[in-house]
Write a protein that binds this ligand. Sequence first.
Ligand code: BES
Ligand code: MN
Ligand code: ZN
Length: 514
Amino acid sequence: MKLALASGDLTLQKCDLLLVPVFESDLAGGAKKAPAPLAALDAALGGLVFRVAAEEQFRGKADSSLTLQSHERLPAARVLLLGLGARQSFAPEALRMAAGKGAKAARRVGAATVALALPDVREIAGCVEAAAEGLLLGAYRFDRYKTGEKDKPARETRQANLLLPAKTPKSRELADALAWAERVCEATNWARDLVNEPANQLGPTDLALAARQMAVDGKLKFEALDQDKIEALRMGLFMGVAQGSAEGPQLVHVWYEPAGGGGKKQAKAKTKPVVLVGKAITFDSGGLSLKPTDGMVEMKTDMAGAAAVLGAMKVVAQLQPPFPVHAFLGACENMPSGRAYRPGDVLVSRLGKTVEITNTDAEGRLVLGDVLAWANELEPAILVDVATLTGACVVALGNYITGVFGTDDAAVWEVLEAAKGCGEEMWRLPISDLQRESLKSEIADLKNTGDRWGGAINAAMFLREFVGQTPWVHLDIAGTSTSPKERGYYAKGATGHGVRTLAALVRARMAPKA
Ligand code: BES
Ligand code: MN
Ligand code: ZN
């Protein structure tokens, strides 16, 4: 889908589908009190906008919509009114959601060309960004394995024009907002594909290859270490998890360096890097602590953290920040077999800390423990990990809010701020030493699982053991990495959650506030 900024009258837009976001108050007072563009649209359609809205009880509430056929009274073939909710409580996310709904409608009716009327609010650049993102993310489908014709849209949406409100000139700022949205969405949809890809099509080696291809395309540096090298790095926790699978693990490192930079050593000598780590379990069966089928069927998505981190690197490659950005993934499968690690085993981590395995299904924290320790050797300015880590986090925050953990308030704040601006909802949860005792082992330094209660905290507490004093933030995306249903700009399945926040985090660091 190609996007462009445009201006002009709603009633003169020639397109297959005209998307018109409306506030509740736009409809409440009837045609006479409606904002000028909506009143004009109503007049052109002979009063049908307000009449049908009343008949269908469409009031402009968030997530509601109303279709009108123009029957040649307008150059646009169809009009779709999209509810934004109350004007007073408007945030760009409402527009992002509405635009997503619009993109899905466009696909359903086979609209090749679309125009979307931006609401007349003050934050116009934010609206351009949100509307563009809603359209691009909303148009996403994962239909690679659908062979029937009826599952494919008759016509893809080729062109979408974003109509600026009257008297809003095009500007550099608005063009930049659009360009940003395009980059971030391309990366997010790419990440969504990785997550939706079944585990038999995307194992550790495939994931490493996808990362390499992305790195080559984006002129990023790339390195992947195989089993022998991982062993040489004494990553006993990572090796323990990986050993049950027929396919070997891959330790993937993708990085960006500002022009003139050198290798790992030089990056350290100059500006401190931003370092990202993603959980990359391409399939989590639970291992010998096997998951029941219902819980296992979605576990191809257990590499969503890695996909988010790689998606962010795709944006970083274009952003070209003046500081280095590194991404690390410990990619492997968690499988039961005659070679699998067992409950009761003691593993020795890269840091030397020993871990008694009490549940082989708590594998993410083990791999992350070693990979975080390795990443931490770069002395990051900020270290962020993204992981589908615990069911407990889903119980706590549901499917739409990511859990944020960290002991460095400033770093946590920075991530929350980045998230807020881009519509990825996150909420900080505590790491409390009140629970520290539950990770104590009789025979080793740590157990890999604690009490059931506060399970997301236990996992974060485990990770904390491997990051030293570095400003570190852990994002538990077990709930947000997939959407249980179609919603706004989300399709059922992978969301790409994390890409936008991480990209925004890097961007914010490029223009530090005074
Ligand atoms: N990958 C799962 C967590 C998960 C659950 C992700 C649901 C997405 C949706 C993780 O490896 C896991 O199995 N965690 C266990 C930990 C427990 C054994 C302490 C869990 O949450 O049940
Ligand atoms: Mn698990
Ligand atoms: Zn897992």
